[in-house]
Design a protein around this ligand. Structure first.
Ligand SMILES: [Zn+2]
Ligand SMILES: [Zn+2]
Length: 213
């Protein structure tokens, strides 16, 4: 049986962006993770190629991670651009950083969306696809979902079960599960109380963990 580890959180923001709680500092995130007895956390602040705060952010993570015994991964959540490239400085696209690639722009155009997604899945520096779901304006055929799943498997990518957006939708999870894709949990926390909190996705967790799909 597949079991998701609820003591891991692979998607946590902090106050380097402009829309998270002020008290979501790197130090407070680490304190909260310790209180919750988490085993692994990933800092995945929103990045752009032009971000100028990234070195300060990474230094801060490095400083505090040295003080705790659980795993603290430095990383970024980067946007999947229309051409399938990732909006992240090249210097962080390597195995030292945990990279979530997510859609944050609506393309309305399914062909463009699908092509960009495939390219992100094939990007060797991307670890996981964040909060994956088709845009509300279009849906995927069974065959398209299966092709995506096969691409995820052959590129050894993880799929995140995202608590903020309650994604991916069940029709994707069903196929992904059949194909043996690896999943992990991400709260997508923008405040301290959201860290490691998976109450909103109990249905998805149960679905993945039940033995028959
Ligand atoms: Zn996101
Ligand atoms: Zn996020």
């Amino acid at each position: 049986m597949l079991v998701l580890n609820i003591r891991e959180d692979y998607h946590i923001h902090c106050n380097y962006n402009d829309h998270s709680s002020i008290d979501l500092t790197v130090e407070n995130v680490i304190k909260k993770a310790k209180e919750l007895n988490l085993q692994t956390i990933a800092f995945t602040e929103h990045v752009r190629k032009t971000s100028d705060w990234t070195e300060k952010y990474l230094d801060e993570i490095n400083l505090f991670k040295g003080k705790v015994s659980f795993n603290v991964l430095p990383g970024f959540e980067a946007k999947i651009l229309g051409d399938g490239t990732i909006d992240c400085p090249d210097s962080y696209l390597n195995d030292k950083y945990f990279i979530i690639a997510s859609f944050h722009t609506k393309y309305i155009n399914k062909i463009q969306w699908y092509g960009a997604l495939l390219k992100a899945i094939q990007n060797e520096n991307v670890n996981v696809i964040g909060h994956l779901a088709p845009e509300p304006e279009f849906s995927l055929t069974t065959q398209e979902i299966r092709n995506l799943g096969e691409e995820i498997v052959s590129n050894n990518k993880l799929i995140e079960i995202n608590a903020k957006y309650n994604r991916p939708p069940l029709e994707l999870l069903k196929t992904f599960k059949e194909l043996g894709i690896n999943f992990h949990l991400g709260s997508d926390a923008h405040s301290l109380m959201e860290i490691g909190n998976y109450n909103r996705i109990k249905n998805l967790i149960n679905y993945i963990e039940q033995s028959k799909g």
